[in-house]
Design a protein around this ligand. Structure first.
Ligand SMILES: *[C@@H]1O[C@H](CO)[C@@H](O)[C@H](O)[C@H]1NC(C)=O
Ligand SMILES: *[C@@H]1O[C@H](CO)[C@@H](O)[C@H](O)[C@H]1NC(C)=O
Length: 236
């Protein structure tokens, strides 16, 4: 009993000064708080640091990859050296897919006849009444540069051949589904009298079959390599 009372006394003695026990507990709490604070801040700083490095890295990567995207990886091929037989002006007709196919055909015709091709004019009067020019839809520089080992392509008809300067353009629609013989025998001789010929229609003017493999290959190349949508058009 004595011992018990002693122990209770001791306990009560221990409990007696609360001013000592509370600071100890508070200290522990504070210690814990400070430690966790330091830990959290270290984590935050680390995270921030790494994210900075990360964004810095991605910036570096994007800075390197952006020009790679806008500039073709391979430099443009050397231009083909040939004597031009004349200038071909083309007005495309129909919808975008039809015009795209027609541009492939016309590059091929220009290559076959050794002509200089003016960047084809797109149809602005078709049912969808789009006022876009070639350069609004296709990357015009890429079109000219990527095909220059086959055909010389110019952006505009030289001024001296324009109607404004009194030049009378010879206009004709080529016969539909014609083969290379038609162009070599019927169209090419016209260029000996005239410097410029204007094809006023472009849809299905070149046969799908019976062309040489080189010409068929060029037609595909125009479609898959030469005609690239402009970046703004891509986003739509
Ligand atoms: C192009 O070819 C002609 C003859 O075929 C030659 O006289 C001329 O030097 C060539 N031009 C270039 C830039 O190679
Ligand atoms: C086109 O030019 C090449 C030389 O570069 C020549 O061999 C070929 O006969 C020419 N074709 C026509 C249709 O003028």
């Amino acid at each position: 009993m004595e011992i018990r009372s002693e122990s209770t006394l001791m306990r009560s003695d221990y409990k007696a000064p609360p001013s000592q026990a509370i600071p100890k507990a508070r200290l522990q709490v504070w210690f814990f708080r400070v430690c966790s604070c330091i830990l959290v801040w270290t984590c935050l700083i680390q995270l921030f640091w790494h994210s900075q490095i990360f964004t810095g890295l991605t910036n570096h990567i994007s800075r390197f990859s952006l020009p790679v995207e806008s500039v073709p990886l391979t430099p443009p091929p050397p231009p083909r050296n040939y004597t031009s037989n004349g200038i071909l002006l083309v007005s495309c007709n129909g919808g975008l897919n039809q015009m795209r196919a027609a541009i492939c055909d016309m590059v091929t015709v220009a290559r076959l006849l050794n002509l200089t091709l003016v960047v084809p004019e797109l149809d602005k009067k078709s049912f969808w009444a789009d006022t876009s020019d070639f350069e609004d839809i296709f990357d015009i520089k890429h079109f000219i540069d990527s095909l220059r080992d086959e055909v010389r392509i110019i952006r505009r008809l030289p001024k001296r051949y324009s109607k404004k300067y009194g030049f009378k353009l010879f206009e004709m629609p080529p016969v539909s589904w014609s083969n290379d013989k038609y162009y070599l025998q019927q169209v090419l001789p016209r260029f000996s009298k005239r410097k410029v010929i204007h094809f006023v229609r472009s849809d299905t003017r070149l046969a799908n079959n019976g062309l040489s493999l080189d010409l068929q290959r060029l037609r595909c190349r125009v479609n898959f390599q030469g005609l690239r949508f402009t970046p703004t058009w891509h986003e739509h």
